[in-house]
Design a binder for this molecule. Structure first.
Ligand code: BG6
Length: 486
């Protein structure tokens, strides 16, 4: 149960995709699981001049669609009683009066302002909240990505928001950190003595982080065409995953203990000089192909994509972390839309045995691998070698599997459920601190800049594949292979 009596969750961008598809369903789940305090109310905010009844109807329709079998009409009735709606123009100070009236005496309750709007509105919203006296020391603000499109613009937003909210009131969301399996990686690394002695350059040859999506750009071309995969996925989600894999053991799970360690990794990432970018990165763009057995158009034919767009829908790159633990261990990162499968996984490749005792006739020994799958299913597999039954000494790869759905029969919280609970409880551990975010921007900037100047277009790949051929060559140069190629 939430320990926060009297809390208002104010959803700016209240009619938008994120609120309808993720946030309201997450709040509904929390409500049904009795994790939402009785005195938590939800206020949807957007420009549309509709009333609360109409807003509840729209919310119901969406939640029913997204929650499918989890939707229960009678529970919804109790849940929707928490929801109100206020029409407001973020750029018009006067219109915040309606919100002030709805919130009442803000000192008696706490407020979560969730900014699920275009980032250009963040500053105006914070300023108007301040001018109407709606920010107290107990208020929190949640910032959705993208936070800027480069280091300078992210600094600008952070400076502006920072004028009204202290850093410990600011929750920068990276929903990958809310995924159960990512937190399980923390449990695996720091709750077991087994892995720590092996978790270093002496025993690990390379690390691979893949976030492959089957979907294309969908209805988001307006946003995506200006953004691209490096800003949309690598700067935040993939680098955060890399930090969780690579960081030193924090002294505790406290927010700053964890964030300090992640920051050290981001700062230890070897900068990729612009001249090196073509060697260490691959950018691609999907062409027409097939997905799930259906023909799908190429990126350039998607509605809303600019003619001749050079926006990348695929990125693969090699990162190196210049520390004693990781010197010489390449981290291969890869993400793309319209790929063969929906798959998010982290593969830790351990080094091969130094010498095989099994003689020339034996099959070559496969190296051990720890594979942490986040999507579509959550699992951890440790790939080992074992003897095949029979009179000969033949070794075969086998895996020790931990299937979370089987091991723990309880419903797992969706990323947004977990993160919303954390905001409401005031736990910052799974949120990105300003210095982390800026270090990540600093590292990706030379890549963006080199691509921008380059005469080469992104490499084409057929929708429904693992990306451009050049992506195979990236680990191949150092004698490694992507996991699925083995
Ligand atoms: C978002 C990106 O942050 O993450 C989207 O903006 C992407 O482009 C999404 O599709 C992927 O999230 P998930 O949880 O579905 O893997």
């Amino acid at each position: 149960m939430s320990e926060q009596p009297g809390q208002d969750v104010v959803l700016f961008g209240g009619t938008g995709d994120l609120v309808m598809r993720k946030l309201l369903p997450a709040l509904y789940h929390l409500h049904c699981d009795d994790m939402l305090g009785a005195d938590v109310s939800i206020i949807g905010i957007a420009r549309e001049s509709i009333d609360t009844a109409h807003y509840r109807e729209i919310a119901r329709e969406h939640c029913q669609r997204f929650l499918k079998a989890d939707f229960d009409a009678s529970r919804w009735q109790a849940f929707e009683a928490r929801i109100q709606y206020r029409a407001l123009d973020a750029l018009d100070a006067a219109s915040f009066g309606a919100l002030a009236e709805c919130l009442g005496d803000v000192a008696r309750r706490s407020q979560v302002y969730y900014l699920s709007t275009a980032p250009v509105l963040f500053t105006a919203i914070c300023r108007h909240l301040h001018e109407h006296g709606l920010i107290t020391p107990a208020s929190r603000v949640v910032l959705e990505k993208p936070l800027g499109h480069d280091l300078a613009s992210s600094r600008e937003i952070n400076d502006e928001v920072g004028r009204y909210f202290g850093e410990r009131q600011i929750y920068r969301i990276d929903h990958y950190l809310g995924k159960e399996s990512v937190q399980n990686l923390l449990a695996l690394r720091f709750g077991n003595a087994l892995f720590e002695p092996l978790w270093r350059r002496e025993w690990i040859s390379d690390v691979q982080i893949t976030v492959a999506e089957q979907i294309g750009v969908e209805a988001r071309a307006g946003f995506y065409d200006k953004t691209g995969a490096l800003r949309d996925m690598v700067q935040n989600h993939l680098l955060q995953l890399l930090c969780i894999v690579a960081m030193e053991p924090p002294a505790s799970i406290d927010a700053d203990a964890v964030r300090d360690e992640k920051l050290k990794i981001l700062r230890a990432l070897r900068p990729i000089a612009e001249a090196e970018v073509p060697l260490r990165t691959v950018r691609g763009q999907y062409r027409a192909g097939a997905s799930g057995g259906q023909p799908v158009p190429g990126y350039l034919d998607e509605p809303g994509v600019g003619a001749g767009s050079r926006t990348e829908t695929f990125v693969a790159l090699q990162a190196n972390i210049d520390t004693w633990r990781w010197a010489g261990v390449p981290f291969y990162l890869r993400t793309g839309k319209r790929m063969q499968e929906r798959l998010a996984e982290i593969v830790i490749n351990f080094r091969a045995v130094p010498h095989s005792i099994f003689g020339k006739g034996a099959a070559p020994l496969r190296n051990n691998r720890l594979v942490i799958t986040m999507q579509p299913e959550e699992s951890v597999k440790l790939h080992l070698q074992a003897k095949r039954p029979g009179d000969e000494m033949q070794l075969n790869p086998v895996s020790l599997d931990l299937d979370f759905a089987e091991s723990f029969q309880t419903r797992r919280l969706e990323a947004y459920e977990r993160l919303l609970m954390d905001v409401m409880r005031g736990n910052l551990t799974l949120f990105v601190r300003r210095d982390e975010q800026e270090a990540a921007w600093k590292w990706v900037e030379p890549i963006l800049s080199s691509w921008h100047k380059s005469a080469d277009a992104p490499k084409p790949y057929t929708a429904g594949t693992w990306g451009p051929a050049a992506s195979t060559a990236l680990p191949g140069r150092e004698g490694f292979h992507w996991h699925e190629e083995l």
